[in-house]
Each structure stands twice: as structure tokens, then as C-alpha cells.
Design a protein around this ligand. Structure first.
Ligand code: ZN
Length: 158
């Protein structure tokens, strides 16, 4: 079956930076709903259009096609006293913004009683090389199409 709008596509993804360093290689397949549901980077989705199980490709994504450019206004300094103990430089920390959404911070440095945090996505500003391997293609169910995501083992859990 070919990948087209409203198919549920199971893929395995490998993420590298522009120099070939592996950022993430997840053995766990992921399933997405194809056809502009914003489940996957649009440029990657375009490469998969019309392909079938077994298809493999490596796509290079500029920052604007992936996690966006860095925004220096997302850097912030907070007092160390507001900090959970045991947080290390390079570690991740989740905090709630005023509207209640979860924001993931990376700890950049600890200096005296101040901690510098960065809320940019760790891959923001990076050119990514994504290797995609199509494992399975099937028609999406009506419910999946209504929800805008794939259900089941490698998809969305409710
Ligand atoms: Zn759902």
C-alpha cells in the first residue's frame, strides 16, 4: 500500500546533526497519520508521499524545517534556591508556564547562586539529517482521522 493522505504509517527514525553525529536513534518505531496533520516534519512527510513499506531515505532538514532557529529570549536566569536539588548542567527540567503548559528547560550553567536555563528545543538552530525507514502502511481508521493521530502500539495512547 502506498503512503497517501489518511494512511497510518509506521516508521523508524534516526536523527543526526549535519556532521553525522547521532542525536537520537530510537529502536522503537513510531506511527503517524499522513496527510498534513502536523504529526511529522512537513519536508519529511513530502518525501514519504507515494512510498511503500521498505522505503528508506535520508533527508536533510534546515533548522526552519525542523525545530526552528534558536530564540535567545528563551534563556533565563533563576535563583538556585528555586531549583530542585540534584540538577546538573546539561540536565533537563520541566516547569509550568503561567498558562499551564509544560516547558522543558536545559540547564546551561550554575554560577554562584544563579542558574542559567534555556527553553529552546535542544535541536533548535541545528540542521538535522533524518533517516527514515518505512515499516508499515495501512489505511487509517475513521476515529484516527477524526483525532488527527494514529492509535495502537506505536501511536497515540489515550
Ligand atoms: Zn486519538
Amino acid at each position: 500500500m502506498k503512503i497517501e493522505r489518511n494512511t497510518a504509517v509506521t516508521v523508524r527514525l534516526k536523527l543526526q546533526d549535519a556532521t553525522g553525529k547521532i542525536l537520537s536513534s530510537n529502536d522503537q518505531p513510531v506511527a503517524y497519520l499522513h496527510g498534513g496533520y502536523d504529526n511529522i516534519f512537513p519536508k519529511l512527510e513530502a518525501q514519504l508521499e507515494g512510498q511503500e513499506a521498505g522505503f528508506k531515505a535520508t533527508v536533510e532538514l534546515a533548522p526552519e524545517d525542523a525545530f526552528g532557529q534558536r530564540d535567545e529570549s528563551l534563556m533565563q536566569t533563576i535563583p538556585k534556591s528555586q531549583f530542585p536539588p540534584g540538577v546538573k548542567v546539561g540536565g533537563q527540567l520541566e516547569a509550568r508556564a503561567e498558562d499551564g503548559t509544560a516547558v522543558e528547560f536545559t540547564v546551561i550553567k550554575v554560577k554562584g547562586d544563579k542558574v542559567l536555563l534555556d527553553a529552546n528545543h535542544p535541536y533548535a538552530g541545528k540542521t538535522l539529517r533524518v533517516t527514515v525507514n518505512v515499516l508499515d502502511v495501512r489505511a487509517a481508521t475513521d476515529e484516527e482521522i477524526t483525532h488527527g493521530h494514529v492509535h495502537g502500539a506505536h501511536g497515540h495512547h489515550h
